[in-house]
Design a protein around this ligand. Sequence first.
Ligand code: SAH
Length: 373
Amino acid sequence: MRFVREHANINMTGKINLLDYDLNALGSYFNEIGDKSFRAQQVAKWIYHHGVVDYKLMTNLSKTLRRYLAENTIIKLPEIITEQRSEDGTRKWLVRIDDKNSVEMVFIPEDDRGTLCISSQIGCPLDCKFCSTAQQGFNRNLSTAEIIGQIWIANKTLGYFESGKRIITNIVFMGMGEPLLNYDNVLKTIHLLTDDLGFGLARRRVTVSTSGIIPGIDRLKDDANVSLAISLHASDNALRDSIVPINRSYPLADLLAACRRYSTGRAYATVTIEYVMLNGVNDSADDAHSLVKCLQGLSAKVNLIPFNKFPGTNYTCSNRTTINAFRDILIKAGIVTITRKTRGDDIDAACGQLVGKVMARAIRYQKNQVGQM
Ligand code: SAH
């Protein structure tokens, strides 16, 4: 059998990790080794429908093929190191990525859905001032295997493969990292999440949250068409420059224009605007009115996120009265607005509190690096 490794992600073992391949790439792989592309469907079903990652158990493949796969490829998953459970049912897992690094992911059960919040990078190269991941610095992008692997091990832990009952119904890229700076691997992960032969989730149930990488937003619309959330947090450039520094590269007006482009022609047109409530920083009535103006002409709903504190931060969360007043101004202006419930507070599992073990390297984001980091 011919064995081509062109696009493969060769790891320490020198073998291809099949979790790095979406269905297309998996099909090409089987063609390249002289087999039929429909093997890709069989293998994907084993991995993503039945939770089987041992070739010996893939009984509809010939023994020769199973032996070949075992010799030349691996199915390597990240591992759960620890689990914490909140009183409210939220579960947080620390996930080993390699010898030096780990990331966190969170499962949030609600009455009508179960949301898994996953990480796309080890640390983050952006420097949002109110986010604890930023303080950890950045090591590297996660591979497709390391991202889809998070969802696989969460499903395994929650008993999905045994019961067939979907417990994780929604995926949000709101853990560590900026997904649109790891574009190619995030896109392949989205393919595996939404493909019927993968996890089969509806596109609108997969949400990519970004601090505003405009070229990535434009590519995502054509490539994936999933739900989009924007970490806006400020409605004027001066303030946004200071708390979300990526704004200096992609300023507000351009970002909002990109959101409008994203919404145009989509069945689920609404873009979610995330706005962290920072006491005395971005939470005045004037800020609310200015946000209303910003969002004119955009199909948007706003999530107000009470600021979650972490060691070393000087920020505090706006008080309830201020948050409610802010919310009411938006609602009066006709904007659907909710204040996000803080979940998993007792285990530091809320937005912006996720920390893993990051061997930081001195890499800071530079413009036009989409997909190249
Ligand atoms: N890099 C992506 C995704 C990760 S952050 C992004 O910026 O969207 C997920 C969300 O949590 C973002 O809206 C982020 O701004 C918010 N967040 C970060 N730190 C927070 C904190 N300490 N309290 C509340 N929300 C926070």
